[in-house]
Design a protein around this ligand. Sequence first.
Ligand SMILES: Nc1ncnc2c1ncn2[C@@H]1O[C@H](COP(=O)(O)OS(=O)(=O)O)[C@@H](OP(=O)(O)O)[C@H]1O
Ligand SMILES: [Mg+2]
Ligand SMILES: [Mg+2]
Ligand SMILES: [Mg+2]
Length: 380
Amino acid sequence: MEDEKYSKELDVAVRVVHLACFLCQRVQEGLVSTNSDHVKSKDDDSPVTVADWSVQAMVSWMLSEYFGRQNVSIVAEEDVETLSKADSTDLLDAVVSTVNECLAEAPRFGLKRPDKTIGNSQVLEAISRCNSSGGPTGRHWALDPVDGTLGFVRGDQYAVALALIDNGRVVLGVLGCPNYPMRKEWLNIHHQHYRSMSKSLPSSHSWEEGCVMYASRGSDEAWMQPLIRGDEKFEWPNFAKLIRVSSIDDPALATFCEPVEKTNSNHSFTAGLAHSVGLRKQPLRVHSMVKYAAIARGDAEIYMKFARAGYKEKIWDHAAGVLIVQEAGGVVTDAGGRPLDFSKGVYLEGLDRGIIACSGDALHDKIIGAIFASWDSSNL
Ligand SMILES: Nc1ncnc2c1ncn2[C@@H]1O[C@H](COP(=O)(O)OS(=O)(=O)O)[C@@H](OP(=O)(O)O)[C@H]1O
Ligand SMILES: [Mg+2]
Ligand SMILES: [Mg+2]
Ligand SMILES: [Mg+2]
């Protein structure tokens, strides 16, 4: 079985993503409560934080430890340019201490910890080692240390995404969603709002559930584990629950998700498509690959993303989520109905206009048909 071939990789990846979620939760709490200045802007004006670099460093360190540095190729989002600047010493110190605090907790997740503290140069090296450009042959990990960084800094939804690509095909997908809410209706509501509400609740349970999902190619199964809270006494192995896509195929009852920011996806185009296929509900606008998570868990039926012309989608923004949705019974293609191609390097080369993920063929066919029709008429 193909899924057994990668069982060690899956086991390590799941544990590492749990540890990464733990790290992110700590950093997010600090960011939201202290308004720390450790949020930087990248060249494209998107944010990057201590958590993005720290998760990338920690995952890189762990994968090298378990599989051997020379065997591990990682394609990931962040680089060390900002961190290496002379005026970034505070930022680098914050990353190094976050990585070390996180690694110190590794045994609680059944992972090894380093014998001694990791220094600045080792952290920088771990981050910059993730500069593989992937490609059609060999094994490559695709890592988005924090997906939806904008959601993360807003105290809202974000994800940690790790996938393994072997000879151009995604074979493992692991997705951590630390703020996934207890009730699907709450996906639509700003997380901080619930944080403040939950403070007044008597129970120790907060509003969010949090989960790590995973799937192996060809297994026809996707799994979900509850997140382990930092303050809980923790025992590994964590239990896993099988997840499955929704069985709703009537557009009138279906929920569709899309990015929050209209600069990331054309909201008016998707509104037109939604109308033409008979979707009635308001779109569920959620940051990050949590949208794929919602489809895989059966909390929504459709995810559409149409980036502006010229924007090239990156493999780490989709690999884990796509595999999990597919193994949970869903369908994911580009807007022309073709599968996404993870074999061409960092980008999803050849992507036709946008990405459509659905819980099943019936809804998917309708959306693809509507795209075809609207494209035809717009070209008349
Ligand atoms: N201009 C533009 N167009 C399309 N997509 C872009 C664009 N800029 C960024 N990105 C990528 O989108 C990732 C966030 O996607 P989301 O679906 O979470 O978007 S949103 O925050 O809900 O609007 C985000 O991932 P992270 O950087 O990991 O947060 C980006 O890779
Ligand atoms: Mg991303
Ligand atoms: Mg990211
Ligand atoms: Mg980013």
